[in-house]
Design a protein around this ligand. Structure first.
Ligand code: BTN
Length: 255
């Protein structure tokens, strides 16, 4: 990837044709002492992983399937802020590069026209409540054709190609993405979450519309009205009670 001009993120790139999951390969590299900014990219994943134990469809040559190793000096409870940061970075780059109407469905899915185009999965290890490392998995469906999307996923997922009608240069997208990731990561480490929160709110698609959030404690039905300074989604339920949600899964009633 010749045009990459970041100082830290992407300094080492491990590129493979095929792998079970780039997350697993990145975890092995961490064990061998890989430094922050190392990234694993695969043309194809045979066991791509999604959140909540789901599978991630990652056919050959059609997407960006990658795992980025980060070692921020932050408390474990801040980890979801990194997820939000990454979703903001991907969203901003897609908007700028392709001029498409893409938004973030909390916490970290990117949607175009009601269908998912990118997912983010963070896996981490911690010691004494402090993060040791994070493996940030990013999956973007780039040049997948409509007919290649499995029947059962057709109403849930889309690709950048399907949405724009154009083949997208994955290398160019990768370079822009790393530039943006590095900028936002730097801002986050020096200024904290506040600037990221403002960017996130401007890109969110689930604010002020009816939603259902599934959490460990059960399902909340209501309206999300913003994000607090820690990165929790703030919701008013149907009885008017307020909730702050740090992790869970959101269904939008409108899609
Ligand atoms: C989700 O939305 O459920 C998260 C999907 C994350 C997919 C990416 S693709 C690269 C990395 N390797 C994996 O096995 N998963 C992540």
């Amino acid at each position: 990837i010749s045009m990459l001009d970041t100082a830290c993120l992407g300094i080492k790139i491990k590129y493979v044709q095929e792998v079970g999951s780039t997350q697993t390969l990145a975890a092995e590299l961490v064990k061998k002492g890989a430094e922050e900014g190392t990234v694993v990219i695969a043309e194809q994943q045979t066991e791509g992983r999604g959140r909540l134990g789901r599978k991630w469809f990652s056919p050959a040559g059609t997407g960006i399937w990658m795992s980025l190793i980060l070692k921020p000096q932050i408390p474990l409870q801040f980890i979801h802020q990194l997820t939000l940061l990454i979703s903001v970075a991907v969203c901003r780059v897609l908007k700028r590069m392709l001029n498409i109407d893409v938004g973030i469905k909390w916490p970290n899915d990117l949607y175009v026209g009601g269908k998912k185009v990118c997912g983010i999965l963070l896996e981490s290890s911690a010691e004494d409540e402090r993060l040791k490392h994070v493996i940030a998995g990013i999956g973007i469906s780039v040049n997948l054709k409509q007919e290649d999307i499995p029947e059962e996923l057709k109403d849930k997922m889309t690709s950048l190609y399907v949405e724009t009608g154009e083949q997208i240069n994955r290398e160019e997208l990768f370079v822009l993405l790393f530039k943006e990731l590095e900028e936002l990561y730097h801002i986050y480490l020096s200024e904290g979450f506040a600037p990221i929160r403002i960017l996130w709110e401007a890109l969110a698609i689930c604010l002020d519309c009816p939603i259902q959030v599934h959490t460990h404690q059960g399902t909340i039905q209501g309206r999300a009205y913003g994000m607090d300074e820690m990165g929790a989604l703030m919701i008013t339920d149907e009885e008017g009670n307020e909730h702050k949600i740090y992790s869970g899964d959101v269904s939008l009633n409108l899609v």
